[in-house]
Write a protein of this length. Structure first.
Length: 139
């Protein structure tokens, strides 16, 4: 406890720039998201500020949803001197396994105010069985 208080009071300007760097990088490479559901559907929301619809690719394969994309730099550096930049650009990817009772064939996506929302309706328990029964034959 003493070591922590001494180090943060003695080196506050040293620690501050690095305090959340790892978290910020992780959130860009795999954007922050949240998942919820109600009686009828599943919902996944991803924070993608500054990313255009044309730069997002969404695929679904056997219940696995993958969102990939790229945030492109929008600034022109011609004739300007930059002192710092905290904005992040580049590629990102995030995958989610849908529950067995989600109808991935009806997955929908909406991009609004920098938030991508994916929705998948729930199906009944009989339709949720993705497996196939295999009969055993005599040799």
């Amino acid at each position: 406890m003493v070591e922590k208080s001494l180090s943060t009071s003695f080196w506050p300007s040293f620690y501050e720039p690095f305090r959340s760097w790892g978290t910020k990088m992780a959130e860009w490479v795999a954007p922050a998201s949240e998942a919820s559901s109600d009686d009828n559907l599943y919902r996944i929301a991803l924070e993608l500020p500054g990313v255009e619809e044309k730069d997002i690719d969404i695929t679904v394969d056997d219940g696995m949803v993958t969102v990939k994309g790229e945030k492109k730099a929008s600034r022109e550096e011609k004739g300007e001197t930059w002192y710092f930049s905290e904005r992040q650009y580049g590629s990102f990817s995030r995958s989610f396994r849908l529950p067995a009772d989600a109808d991935d064939s009806k997955l929908a996506a909406e991009l609004k105010d920098g938030v991508l929302t994916l929705t998948a309706p729930k199906v009944g328990p009989e339709a949720a069985a993705r497996g196939k029964k295999v009969a055993i034959t005599k040799a």
